[in-house]
Design a protein around this ligand. Structure first.
Ligand code: FE2
Ligand code: FE2
Length: 278
């Protein structure tokens, strides 16, 4: 195996027979030191896709959680059950357990937070390592820690946490990305990028000292972005001299199409089963 392999296990889009798509994200990252599962989707597709792809979670060193939304954390219990007595270390910001709600199209709030308590997950073998800054999971794979917001990039208007019984605009204090070192350079994997793609890239530059990134993957929460924001994001990506762009999930159809058109030859859709090796 080359140095690093990244495989999409769960995504909103699925174009491969025998695999399942669902609204959510889960990405497996393997390098010569081990394997890390980044997010787990909603929990309906992950186990099926792992089996259908002939993968085995027994070699997994840890899971990492990008943020507490249920389309990223809903599969955690399934993963723990698949691991059985081995249990699993889970890296995340403590804020993933914030109760969360989102206003639906009918204007009524619905739960969007993690569907398990910490105690329920620990009972099934979870060992939480809560981080509040950049944290290495295994050699070459790191969680960013909380991301500084220099720009207001994504709308949080319909996203809330529940604090003292009140709905408060969600600060997404738990939002983090995964940083993977490869022989070609740094790869950033976004969960939903609620902190913003540009803010996340700036943060990764700050913590790694690298101004250029080899690849960007995952969900960018640009699904409602206007043309101006898409163009700003594109300019910042260009400055980073990125060679591979593989967006998915909450990037949304129109924004994926925008980047696919501009970065023709460099753009891939990171749908279920998408795999890239460095
Ligand atoms: Fe998401
Ligand atoms: Fe999210």
């Amino acid at each position: 195996m080359p140095g690093v392999k990244i495989t999409t296990l769960v995504d909103d889009c699925c174009f491969t027979g025998g695999l399942l798509g669902e609204h959510g994200l889960s990405i497996l990252v393997e390098n010569k030191y081990g394997a890390v599962l980044f997010d787990t989707g909603q929990g309906m597709a992950l186990e099926h896709n792992i089996k259908a792809m002939g993968l085995d979670l027994s070699d997994l060193d840890a899971a990492a959680v990008s943020h507490g939304h249920n389309d990223h954390t809903g599969g955690l219990m399934k993963v723990l059950k698949m691991r059985g007595k081995d249990g699993m270390t889970i890296y995340a910001h403590r804020g993933i357990f914030n109760p969360r709600q989102k206003l639906g199209k009918d204007g009524r709030p619905a739960d969007t937070g993690i569907p398990f308590t910490q105690a329920e997950l620990e009972k099934e073998g979870a060992v939480f390592k809560f981080n509040n800054g950049p944290t290495e999971i295994i050699t070459g794979i790191m969680l960013t820690g909380p991301i500084e917001r220099l720009f207001k990039e994504t709308s949080t208007k319909s996203h809330f946490i529940v604090k003292n019984g009140e709905l408060v605009e969600d600060p997404f204090e738990d939002d983090q990305a995964l940083v993977v070192e490869t022989s070609q350079g740094i790869v950033i994997i976004f969960g939903c990028a609620h902190a913003g793609v540009i803010n996340t890239m700036n943060h990764v530059e700050k913590i790694t000292g690298e101004k250029r990134f080899y690849a960007l993957l995952g969900g960018t929460h640009l699904l409602e972005a206007d043309r101006n924001q898409l163009e700003n994001t594109l300019k910042e990506i260009e400055k980073r001299d990125v060679s591979i762009i593989a967006f998915s999930h909450c990037t949304g159809f129109h924004s994926c199409a925008f980047f696919a058109e501009y970065f023709r030859g460099k753009y891939y859709q990171s749908d279920v089963g998408f795999s890239i090796e460095f």
